[in-house]
Design a protein around this ligand. Structure first.
Ligand SMILES: Nc1ncnc2c1ncn2[C@@H]1O[C@H](COP(=O)(O)OP(=O)(O)OP(=O)(O)O)[C@@H](O)[C@H]1O
Length: 258
């Protein structure tokens, strides 16, 4: 693994009330590393993810990011347009509900192509060809390239959202419960696909999930949150097989007994 991190998070805090939000979170993320954020509902996972992806300003703390141009930037010191540009080109954000990450009123092909246009590609033939190739990669029928996402199933919409995010070859991807709303069989295939793409593209990923099986499958390292604070962090197998904190022990045992 590359020794220089891609993201440095220092003392990140966003509190709505005591214990509600995220508090004093610090970690480094390395290229090619998948970091899982786990914890029960309300523990602050989404708040943390939203702060990390510059969609929610923290009360305190800093996030430094190493850009594609090899320049360290303080994310909350950047202009809004620079933040948006990073979000569209160097990052991906995969939402739990595909509707939040797709444009439902335009075709599947346009959903993929417009992200590519944000990076400067203008040639219609290239855009269409790349969109087809990505549909193929995420196992969508390319005959449906001109159909709108509204005509797709939930699993297909999630695949399309993944293609839309990965077409720009992001360096960093944020995922919020990416398999959350799907049937178990659809979930399993999507997880396989995600795992394969993350490895092939050497993506750095921060993934929020309440599902420890998803965390086990995708993440190398875990952060366990409770009441907005990190209670335990470590390699996924260590945390799940030999949890040190009483809360993590409870979380793991509740999965085993349910
Ligand atoms: N905009 C807001 N205003 C006030 N309180 C909020 C707001 N957003 C979140 N909270 C509170 O902050 C706490 C953490 O919420 P958050 O959504 O980050 O948790 P979570 O771990 O992602 O939960 P879930 O797994 O249910 O999505 C909760 O108590 C929530 O009610």
């Amino acid at each position: 693994m590359n020794r220089e991190p891609i993201l440095q998070v220092d003392n990140l805090t966003k509190l709505y009330a005591a214990g509600k939000g995220c508090e004093a979170v610090s970690f480094d993320l390395y290229p090619g590393e998948v970091l899982g954020i786990v914890g029960e509902s309300g523990s602050g996972k989404s708040t943390l993810l939203n702060c990390l992806s510059v969609r929610l300003a923290p009360d305190e703390g800093d996030i430094h990011y190493l850009t594609r141009a090899d320049e360290w930037v303080n994310l909350y010191g950047l202009s809004e347009s620079r933040q948006r540009h990073l979000q569209r080109t160097e990052w991906g954000i995969v939402h739990q509900h595909p509707r939040d990450g797709l444009r439902m009123g335009v075709s599947a092909g346009a959903n993929i192509g417009e992200r590519l246009m944000a990076t400067g590609e203008r040639h219609y033939g290239n855009l269409r060809q790349t969109a087809q190739s990505w549909m193929n990669d995420v196992e969508l029928d390319i005959a449906r390239i001109d159909d709108k996402p509204t005509t797709y199933s939930g699993g297909m919409q999630q695949r399309l959202q993944i293609a839309r995010n990965l077409v720009t070859h992001p360096r960093l991807v944020f995922m919020d419960e990416p398999t959350g709303g799907l049937d178990v069989s659809v979930q399993a295939r999507l997880l396989d696909l995600l795992r394969q793409l993350v490895t092939e593209m050497n993506l750095a990923v921060v993934i929020v999930t309440h599902d420890l099986a998803v965390a086990r499958l995708l993440a190398q390292r875990l952060i366990v949150m409770r009441h907005g604070r990190v209670v335990e962090t470590g390699l996924t197998d260590q945390v799940l097989d030999d949890p040190q904190h009483a809360y993590t022990q409870l979380l793991v045992s509740s999965v085993l007994t349910s």
